[in-house]
Design a protein around this ligand. Sequence first.
Ligand code: A3P
Length: 324
Amino acid sequence: MEKKQDTKEDDEFSESLLQTLEQQTNWDGSPMVKYQGFWYLKIFFRQELASYKHFKAKDSDVILSTLPKAGTTWLKALAFSIVNRGTIYRDIDQNPLLTCNPHKLVPFLVAFKENKPNQLDKPNDPRIFATHVPFKALAYSIRESACKIIYVCRNPLDLFVSARLFLTENKLEKDHAGLLGLDESFDMACEGTHPYGPFWDHMTGYWNAHLENPRKVLFLKYEDMKEDIVFNVKKIADFLGCPFSSEEEERGMVEEISKMCSFQSLKNVDKNGYSIKGLFKNSTFFRKGEVGDWSNYLTPAMAERMKKLMEIKFQGSPGLTFKI
Ligand code: A3P
């Protein structure tokens, strides 16, 4: 009864809130709303609010945070493998990553239903969840408990190209008239008008949280992970308090996990299936997986504009630099 009441109140609250918010459409025509300085896709907004209000983090939880297209799927596979390596690597043929897309193994917090607070409870700790929301929009219990947060950041040029191409493959709006042109989409990205944007506020929010408490927030960069995944797999394990033993290292466990979670291995798994409420085709989460692919789509003038924007937006964040 109380739960129903909660849900009703949440619905009324989000409905009246939605009326007051600035609205825009994304590059593919999907409605977005601006809340506390960040853009959200309207279809997920109620659930994002509900998870902010009701999600109760446990100290043992692991929260994976990214902007869309920054390497969420990869991070899900890595965190899942590292945390569960004691069981899933006992029998290599039984590893769920051989048959399941990582989105099936690690849910988004937005899947949290306001009327079923225990829906995401699993018997085994640690639980792993993913989110795209900015740091300040994480549930209070996530920020204040001892749970760990891993953020993956990706250079904004590749992020833009990856996001735009993803939308050409997955249409959230059935009736939309087609994607905005490249120039208009790029203008919007440079204005910070894209899901969970502005990207610079998203990145600096987690960067500052990492600087304030590096044991709570690990800040990784997609480009560094591409350069040396073995080093980063160890870094994640150390951060989560489950470092690889020398025996595991000698057995090649770190390399095995890196390989199992590589683009080449994951891209063929259940590639005709769909993930995230059936909205997205699994294969579309694996396009090229490279650093610098933006140069095949954007003009030098566009790149220059973005570089200048980054200089301005990240000037107060020394250390927050990108290999592009
Ligand atoms: P590209 O479109 O540049 O190829 P997300 O998982 O956040 O949606 O991000 C998707 C991007 O990460 C895509 O980038 C995709 O190819 C890349 N990606 C997915 N799995 C990867 C992996 N195992 N290693 C490296 N990149 C990966």
